[in-house]
Design a protein around this ligand. Structure first.
Ligand SMILES: Cc1ncc(C[n+]2csc(CCOP(=O)(O)OP(=O)(O)O)c2C)c(N)n1
Ligand SMILES: [Mg+2]
Length: 1093
């Protein structure tokens, strides 16, 4: 039936509605961008036509509406109901979606034709469907009742004359009917009786499986997690009955793969449903329809909907062998060490064959090295069976926990429990390759290791020139409770596609035993799946029943392939159970009686697989027995060998670390100064912008000033000093990387490491051009995501890979670093002691009281000092360069007050044969302070230059000075305020000494200064409250130095600073000034200070 011109509104509406269907599909499947392309390509000519067009609510998405408005201006409006006739040339968008819009919008459902008729009279016409369940009565939220009618009308038109409809619809109908239109017979029965409505109904059913099939999958091995099957998976919802099962349908769609691929022949409804059930509702639940990229969805659809290959017997034997290893490792250790905590894998033994499959597949795709992070659960099993740490070594650790023998017999650290230790080995793969696996040591703090793993992976990619990110890959394991509960998971996931943090995607495996310690999932997360957080990244999620080992290996293989194909994250969620308590000594029946009564009689996955193989004749019984005997034999042999096993020196030295020293091997400090010519060259490179570049005029001025500093050799400011340190390290072959929030410009607008061309937006980074043809990323400065925990963890992991690099993380303000406290406590301050892994990670924490209130004044210096492991009461034996003291300490805390000293301390990080983390209290107001300047000569290579742990009073050079009535020790920027007050008060008899390195404490230099002023009153001055800042760290050490110098005792030390306080600083500006002035005056005042009470 041809459409009459007089019914233009319906016709147009019909066209638009039908296009709307396609648009919505496009939008749903591939996202807004794809939908916009569709609109641009397919609708533009219609939108520009001078006629009224109605979008009946498909285009409800605000971005689509905004986009249409951009395209068509004010002709587009969005209304709740039609109140007036449509003016020609106007568009009307009205919402209709059932589950998208509030209830009151529902009244709009199905009203289009009626409403339009009332407004436009007989111009509006529609035909009644002859189908048993017309589309017009379907409740689907995107096929509106009227849409079906219009679509049918258009189909009839197309049947009468294919060229009468838009070419895109010609293809659409052709695909749906399997004919080219001209041979159609009345529009209804085309292939096996298929009409457009039928086609749409089948399409909707298929889509429902793709979207929600996982809800029906048999995921829980215990069968306790009873989930309601979504109504949309019921064919009856689309009007299908048993009578339809044998009807044939063609469901090919140009842009799809799998069941919807155009290559499909006519299929009966039964066979379509069968395929869908197999693909989506068996023991794997695929969640991927949230991915907004058509190619990725198609890639997955192809793998999911086309049946998995039947495994060859050899593959089955291999899986069985691997599962036997995974299972017997646990039972063997359980039997040998009945009372030991090992956080066994029982209930998820299929993880072992799964991981091996993953690694094999990754190796086949070109991966050469895998960095692994994982929690306690199953760690020993993974170490032994996957990473291939010698079993005898693991078994030996079950004993008394032998201290390994260091090179000189002492560097053994304080150690850690066996299920936290890291290691690395080369594992042979199925295809005969070798793949390097390193398991990163981790603390008990769940998920904290995740960013460390990706940082290390990124570093490996950098050092191996792995530009495609194919050679090095991260695999991170999680528990169900921690994956959904810990925020650092989200922080880590969000680094995955950032240019300077991307690792080409990680494979995540969740050992989802459906419990967290004693807490059930319903009390530990608000989302249906523990993996839902990953949907934010558009990562595919494969839920798999942990009892089905072949399914587990299949998804692990698919995950590796996905990662290597699309270089983005992917999640495997192994739904399993925990056979015992949280650990082996725990009683699970206390809290999960129902679950554990099922678990008690539940066979393990090996028994299930063995039964299946035997019953189906898939593997011979004697083959099975042979494999089992082999595994048990090896376990017994390793156990015997473990009895006399003495571990070698720790394997902490990877190739890059060869030659680096432990504390018992004294390292020499090299000079940190730089030859004047090099300084000039680097100085030039970092202060000159290309002639054609158009910087902001303020930046131009800054760069000109920097250039002057280098040229004149004086007045070098903080940012220039820092850039000189970075630049000179680069010339010496060291990689430099600075990351953190807004570090490129610098929070305080002082660094301007990257300059933006004001005309074309191009970016120039002078430090990227210090060397001729400098390699990309050799110098990296990068703004990070707004994360501290995640990003600091990342940089830590990065820093551990190669010592010939200066890796820095800067906090926006120092106190924001407390959201990364786990990384400081568990890794940076204690990692070397626990795991013998060194790092020279350098942390810049802006600190200083300048009236900005409680949250922007203090970097919580006291916390970092509290974690220092030197003895406050012992005066150490110090050699000239104090290197031994630095080698023995766990980390360094410094608060430098001159650009030159900052330069030297940064360079010192590299110019020694060991690595130590360094926490720097970074200045704020010193960045522009006129007195906080250095001469270029102070950066030069000379015997006088180098990092000064303590800067003695600049005005007092005598070896002994009886005239000084007070010596004030302080640290940081308060020095400049004290100096100013001293000048104001003409208090020449006060000496001020700056403790630049607070930890390790410069006992020797403090004692030297104490001796220099034998009559002086000893004062510690600080701007922080008494319970904060350096005071509590310095106080006992100052006492020890006084005793050593014969200058009195601890009680003689006086204090000039703020009183103890809960909040780090006042929020009232006047109060701040009053307090600050008061403490500085007290430190300089004529009369002696009172003793501390
Ligand atoms: C950050 C953190 N909080 C608390 C704990 C204490 N804890 C250890 S294991 C555990 C349960 C972990 O549950 P899940 O992530 O599901 O792993 P599972 O033990 O079940 O394998 C808890 C709460 C911890 N280790 N780390
Ligand atoms: Mg759990």
């Amino acid at each position: 039936m041809a459409c009459k011109m007089s019914s233009f509104l319906v016709r147009r509406t019909g066209v638009m509605t039908s296009i709307g269907v396609k648009l919505l599909l496009s939008y749903r499947n591939h996202g807004i961008d794809s939908a916009q392309v569709f609109i641009r390509e397919k609708l533009r000519h219609l939108l520009l036509a001078p006629c009224s067009l109605v979008f009946d609510g498909m285009l409800h998405h605000t971005r689509v509406i905004r986009f249409l408005r951009e395209l068509c201006g004010s002709r587009v409006s969005c209304v709740d109901a039609i109140h007036a006739p449509l003016a020609p040339g106007n568009f009307l968008l009205f919402p209709r979606g059932v589950d998208v819009f509030p209830k009151h919008h529902r009244i709009l459902q199905g009203f289009s034709v009626g409403a339009l008729r009332s407004l436009h009279g007989s111009k509006v016409s529609y035909s009644t469907s002859t189908q048993s369940v017309p589309l017009s009565r379907l409740k689907d939220n995107f096929i509106h009742g009227t849409s079906g009618n219009f679509l049918e009308e258009m189909q009839r038109q197309w049947e009468a004359d294919p060229n009468s409809v838009d070419p895109s619809w010609q293809i659409f109908f052709k695909n749906f009917t399997g004919t080219d239109g001209s041979q159609s017979s009345g529009g209804m029965s085309l292939v096996g009786g298929q009409s457009t409505q039928d086609g749409l109904r089948v399409l909707m059913l298929i889509r429902a499986y793709q979207v929600s099939g996982h809800m029906k999958a048999r995921l829980d091995p215990l069968n306790l997690d009873i989930r309601a099957v979504p109504a949309e998976l019921d064919p009856a919802s689309y009007g299908f009955s048993a009578a339809d099962l044998d009807k044939e349908f063609v469901v090919g769609v140009e842009t799809m793969t799998g069941i919807l691929g155009t290559g499909n022949k006519p299929q009966t409804l039964k066979s379509i449903i069968g395929r869908l059930e197999n693909a989506y509702c068996d023991t794997i639940g695929f969640e991927y329809m949230h991915i907004q990229d058509r190619d990725k969805c198609n890639w997955l659809r192809d793998k999911i909907e086309n049946q998995p290959v039947v495994l060859a017997p050899a593959r089955r034997a291999e899986i069985f062998d691997r599962l036997t290893w995974g299972t017997h490792f646990e039972s063997f250790t359980a039997q040998k060490w009945t009372a030991a905590k090992r956080f066994g894998l029982e209930g998820c033994e299929t993880l072992i064959p799964g991981m091996k499959e993953l690694i094999d597949a990754a190796a086949d795709a070109g991966v050469e090295s895998v960095v692994i992070g994982m929690p306690h659960r199953g760690r020993l099993n993974v170490l032994g069976n996957v990473v291939r740490k010698p079993l005898r070594h693991i078994f030996s650790e079950f004993g008394a926990g032998i201290k390994p023998v260091g090179e000189a017999g002492t560097y053994t650290g304080s150690g850690d429990v066996k299920y936290h230790l890291g290691t690395s080995f080369d594992r042979p793969t199925r295809s005969g390759k070798k793949i390097h696996l390193s398991l990163v040591a981790n603390p008990s703090h769940l998920e904290a290791v995740a960013p460390v793993v990706i940082g290390k992976t990124r570093a490996k990619q950098y050092y191996s020139n792995d530009k495609q990110r194919l050679k090095n890959m991260a695999v991170i394991m999680h528990g169900d409770g921690s994956f959904s509960g810990q925020g650092v998971v989200y922080e880590t996931l969000h680094l995955s596609d950032l240019p300077n943090y991307c690792t080409g995607g990680s494979v995540h495996i969740v050992v989802n035993n459906q419990v967290a310690f004693t807490t059930d999932p319903k009390f530990s997360r608000s989302s249906p799946y523990c993996t839902d957080v990953a949907k934010a990244l558009c990562a595919p999620i494969f839920h798999v029943n942990g009892d089905d080992v072949e399914a587990v290996t299949r998804v692990c293989d698919l995950a590796a392939k996905w990662r290597c194909q699309f270089l983005s994250d992917v999640i495997v969620d192994i739904v399993c159970y925990r056979r015992f308590g949280h650990n082996e000594i725990d009683e699970p029946f206390f809290t999960q009686p129902t679950m554990y009564s099922v678990i008690k009689s539940h066979p393990n996955s090996l028994a299930i697989y063995e039964k299946k193989l035997i019953e189906n004749g898939l593997l011979a019984k004697d083959e099975i027995d042979r494999l089992k005997a082999k595994v048990m034999g090896t376990l017994n042999e390793e156990f015997e060998s473990s009895k006399n096993y003495v571990p070698n020196k720790r394997d902490w030295l990877s190739a890059f670390w060869a030659g680096f020293k432990g504390p018992e091997q004294l390292s020499k400090l090299r000079n940190t100064g730089v030859k004047s010519a090099v300084l000039k060259d680097v100085g030039q490179a970092i202060t000159v912008l290309p002639a054609t570049f158009n910087p902001h005029k303020a930046i131009k001025r800054i760069y000109e000033q920097r250039s002057q500093m280098i040229e004149k050799g004086e007045g070098v400011d903080w940012a220039t000093g820092e850039a000189l340190a970075f630049g000179t390290l680069l010339t010496e072959g060291n990689h430099v990387r600075l990351s953190g929030q807004d570090v490129e410009r610098g929070t305080f607008s002082h660094r301007h490491a990257k300059v933006h061309d004001q005309k074309n937006g191009q970016i120039y980074c002078p430090l990227e051009h210090v060397l001729k043809s400098q390699a990309p990323d050799f110098f990296t400065v990068s703004n990070s995501s707004l994360s501290e925990f995640g990003v600091l963890g990342f940089e830590l992991g990065y820093s551990m890979e190669n010592p010939n690099s200066l890796i820095l993380w800067e906090a926006q303000f120092g106190d924001f670093s407390n959201t990364a406290q786990v990384i400081f406590d568990q890794f940076v301050s204690s990692g070397e002691a626990k795991w013998l892994r060194q790092t020279g990670l350098t942390v810049l924490l802006p600190h200083g009281y300048d009236g900005q209130g409680p949250e922007h004044s203090s970097a919580r210096l006291e916390r970092y000092l509290q974690m220092c492991d030197d003895n406050p009461f012992k005066f150490p034996v110090m050699e000239a360069d104090s290197t031994k003291q630095s080698q023995e300490i766990n980390w360094q805390v410094v608060n430098t007050t001159t650009p030159a000293n900052y330069f030297h301390v940064l360079r010192r990080q590299i110019h020694r044969d060991f690595r130590k983390p360094m926490i720097i209290m970074a200045p704020k107001n010193l960045l522009r302070h006129q007195k906080c300047r250095s001469k270029l000569s102070e950066f030069e290579d000379s015997s006088e230059n180098g990092f000064q742990r303590l800067i003695k009073d600049v005005g007092n050079q005598k070896d002994k000075d009886d005239s000084i009535r007070r010596v004030v020790f302080c640290t940081g920027k308060i020095y400049y305020e004290l100096d100013e007050e001293r000048e104001r008060a003409t208090a020449k008899d006060v000496a001020i000494c700056r403790v630049e390195q607070i930890c390790p404490f410069p006992f020797d230099l403090v004692a030297r200064e104490l001796k220099r002023y034998p009559k002086a009153e000893v004062v510690w001055c600080q701007e922080e409250p008494m319970n904060m800042g350096a005071f509590l760290y310095v106080f006992p050490r100052l006492g020890t130095a006084m005793k050593n110098a014969n200058r009195g005792k601890l009680e003689d030390v006086k204090y000039a600073g703020r009183s103890a306080s809960a909040s780090p600083a006042t929020g009232f500006g006047d109060q701040h000034t009053h307090e600050q002035k008061g403490l500085v005056e007290r430190a300089i005042q004529k009369s002696p200070l009172a003793l501390i009470e």
